[in-house]
Design a protein around this ligand. Structure first.
Ligand code: NAD
Ligand code: ZN
Ligand code: ZN
Length: 380
């Protein structure tokens, strides 16, 4: 048993005090886990664009001070009352959308939208008592996505935690806790392209390129990558993307260009940008009769999706997905196994590494559109 069990742990956390301002390294106090909660020591965390959106708080609800972070790996430090499935020392990945195991969604084969623990970007406190487990001199600090991994220790609901193979390297599989699993599952579980299909991917960040990996694994014949950032194109070749399009280089809507290139439209498209215009293009570029478009990007709160109903009547399908439809506790261990069996390469998604003390560099890189995932080492 660890000596900290049942005690408050003072530790370092990167706190966002204001929207868009650099995070500040603070000494925070992390309370022990309550019933059905688990306290974990974060080993590695990485930055996902969803952290950046809520930190910028443009078109999202601002909630500060807050500890961001949701893509991470860690080790169980202690468990609260009623937690049977986790033990001290277990290797775990926290996940932004949970699985209570009891509700209609958790019992449905089709859904991962748990009634109790589904993603809630506006909740800043724990479900048990509506309070924070983080404080600085008695001032509560808001949680983010029930995970708040930009802290050496954090408390999460046990339903938002996946136990993983202890042999999996935590400095790598941390990226499977959000972006890579999301992109991969959006293709394999939701878009489900058939062998030989044409697939368009909007947004060639880590999520989009993981969606491209899914298309490659499914045997797509053409994978068309669309991004506004020309720097993305070289990187995308390593992920099986066969053709590139930059909407800025075209004098007509990108969906028209794609329809012309593919004899009427692609079989599947996956949108991984968060931009409403890209979402509309992603839908309108699929072939009538059978085309399926999947929205993955997190949009501005006020964004409205507009298209002519005839586009749907002509037998196109529009879908959306969180976490690639994976149930975090049930399905994430199998994604880890894909990595362990070398069916899925995660190393090529990790383009940068920084020590925790330099976490703001990860934000700078993402703002500049450089690299894919920046892994933050909590022990440095
Ligand atoms: P990223 O910043 O690494 O990549 C996004 C890419 O989209 C960038 O290369 C950018 O240049 C490109 N882009 C932006 N607007 C575009 C446009 N109009 N047309 C074409 N390309 C455009 O981000 P990421 O971490 O890969 O995340 C991608 C999106 O997925 C974000 O919106 C993120 O919030 C969301 N996300 C959703 C889930 C989910 O479960 N649904 C999970 C993780 C991330
Ligand atoms: Zn994410
Ligand atoms: Zn549930």
């Amino acid at each position: 048993m660890s000596s900290s069990v049942g005690l408050i742990i003072p530790c370092k956390a990167a706190v966002a005090w204001e929207a868009g301002k650099p995070l500040v390294m603070e000494q925070v106090e992390v309370a022990p886990p309550q019933a059905l909660e688990v306290r974990i020591q974060i080993k590695y965390t990485s930055l996902c664009h969803t952290d950046l959106y809520f930190w910028e708080a443009k078109g999202q609800t601002p909630l500060f001070p807050r500890i961001f972070g949701h893509e991470a790996s860690g080790i169980v430090e202690s468990v609260g009352e009623g937690v049977n499935v986790f033990q001290v020392g277990d290797h775990v990945l926290p996940v932004f959308t949970g699985e209570c195991g009891e509700c209609r969604h958790c019992k449905s084969e089709e859904s991962n939208m748990c009634d109790l623990l589904r993603i809630n970007t506006d909740r800043g406190f724990m479900l048990n008592d509506g309070k924070s487990r983080f404080s600085i001199d008695g001032q509560p600090i808001h949680h983010f996505l029930g995970t708040s991994t930009f802290s050496e220790y954090t408390v999460v609901h046990s339903g938002s935690l996946a136990k993983i193979n202890p042999l999996a390297p935590l400095d790598k599989v941390c990226v499977l806790s959000c972006g890579i699993s999301t992109g991969l599952g959006s293709t394999l579980n939701v878009a489900k392209p058939k062998q030989g299909s044409t697939v368009a991917i909007f947004g060639l960040g880590a999520v989009g390129l993981a969606a491209a990996e899914g298309a490659r694994i499914a045997g797509a014949s053409r994978i068309i990558g669309i991004d506004l950032n020309p720097k993305r194109f070289d990187e995308a070749k390593k992920f099986g993307v066969t053709e590139f399009l930059n909407p800025k280089d075209q004098d007509r809507p990108i969906q028209e260009v794609i329809a012309e290139m593919t004899d009427g439209g692609v079989d599947r498209s996956i949108e991984c940008t968060g931009n409403i215009n890209a979402m509309i293009s992603a839908f309108e570029c699929v072939h009538d009769g059978w085309g399926v478009a999947v929205l993955v990007g997190v949009p501005n709160k006020e964004a409205v999706f507009m298209t002519k109903p005839i586009n749907l009547l002509s037998e196109r399908t529009l879908k959306g997905s969180f976490f690639g439809n994976y149930k975090p506790r049930t399905d994430l261990p199998s994604v880890i196994e894909m990595y362990m069996n070398k069916k899925l390469d995660v190393d090529k998604f990790i383009t940068h590494r920084v020590p925790f003390s330099e976490i703001n560099k990860a934000f700078d890189l993402m703002l500049k559109g450089e690299g894919l995932r920046c892994v933050i080492d909590m022990e440095k």
